[in-house]
Design a protein around this ligand. Structure first.
Ligand SMILES: [Fe+2]
Ligand SMILES: [Fe+2]
Length: 216
C-alpha cells in the first residue's frame, strides 16, 4: 500500500536505473522516496538471493581451502537480514512520515531520523567487513569464474549502497530535518543547491575507507 502510494505520488519509472545522474536536490521528497524504493530497495531485493546463491556455490567448491569464504557468506547473510528490516522500516515509517512532513508540515521525530542515520553507519561498517573478507574485490585473485562473478556482484552491491545511503543521509534526511526546524531555510537551501554535491561520486571516493559521520 505504502509502496503503491509512493510510486503513484510522483511518477518515477521503475526502469530508470540510468537516471542516477539526475540532481535529486530538485526532486520532491515523495519523488525521491519513490526513486529510492524503485531503484535501490528493489535492486537490493534482487541482489540478495543472487549473491547468496553465488556465495553458496563458492563456499561449497572452495570453502575447505579458503575458510574466509564461509565468514564472507555469514557476514553477507547477517547484513541481508539487517537490511531487509531496515528497508521495511523505511517504506512503512520513515518515507511516509517524511512525505507527510513535506505535504502538511506534520511533525517528525528527530529520533526517527537519527536512528536511520545510525543504521546507515552500521551498514557502512558491515560493508567494510565484507570488503576485507572478499580481498578488496580484486578479481585478479578469483578462484574460478563463479568467484569472479561474486566479487563483481559484491563490488556493485557496495557501490549502490553507497549511493543509496548518500541519497537518504545527505538529501532526504537532511531536507526533512531542515523542513522540521526551519521550512524557509530548507527552501532557500534547495534553491541554492550549493551545500550538497551534484553527484555522489566524490562522496563515494571520500568514503572508501569509511562511511558517513556517525551522529551522537
Ligand atoms: Fe533505503
Ligand atoms: Fe536506509
Amino acid at each position: 500500500m505504502v509502496r503503491a502510494e509512493l510510486e503513484t505520488a510522483d511518477a518515477v519509472g521503475a526502469d530508470d536505473r540510468e537516471c542516477e545522474d539526475r540532481d535529486w536536490l530538485d526532486a520532491s521528497i515523495g519523488e525521491l522516496c519513490a526513486h529510492i524504493v524503485a531503484v535501490h530497495h528493489d535492486g537490493l531485493r534482487e541482489a540478495f538471493p543472487r549473491i547468496e546463491a553465488l556465495l553458496a556455490t563458492v563456499v561449497r567448491v572452495h570453502g575447505a581451502e579458503h575458510p574466509e569464504l564461509r565468514d564472507l557468506h555469514d557476514a553477507f547473510c547477517q547484513l541481508r537480514t539487517e537490511l531487509e528490516r531496515h528497508l521495511e522500516r523505511e517504506e512503512t515509517v520513515l518515507f511516509p512520515t517524511c512525505r507527510e512532513l513535506e505535504l502538511t508540515g506534520a511533525a517528525i521525530d528527530e529520533a526517527l531520523l537519527a536512528g536511520h542515520e545510525r543504521e546507515h553507519a552500521t551498514t557502512g561498517d558491515a560493508l567494510g567487513v565484507l570488503r576485507v573478507l572478499a580481498g578488496d574485490y580484486d578479481v585478479g585473485g578469483a578462484l574460478c569464474n563463479t568467484h569472479r562473478a561474486l566479487l563483481e556482484d559484491l563490488a556493485a552491491f557496495e557501490r549502490d549502497l553507497h549511493r543509496h545511503v548518500h541519497e537518504e543521509n545527505n538529501i532526504l534526511i537532511r531536507r526533512a530535518r531542515q523542513l522540521a526546524t526551519d521550512p524557509e531555510a530548507a527552501h532557500r537551501s534547495a534553491d541554492a543547491a550549493d551545500s550538497l554535491p551534484r553527484c555522489c561520486q566524490a562522496w563515494i571516493a571520500e568514503q572508501s575507507r569509511g562511511w558517513a559521520p556517525r551522529r551522537g
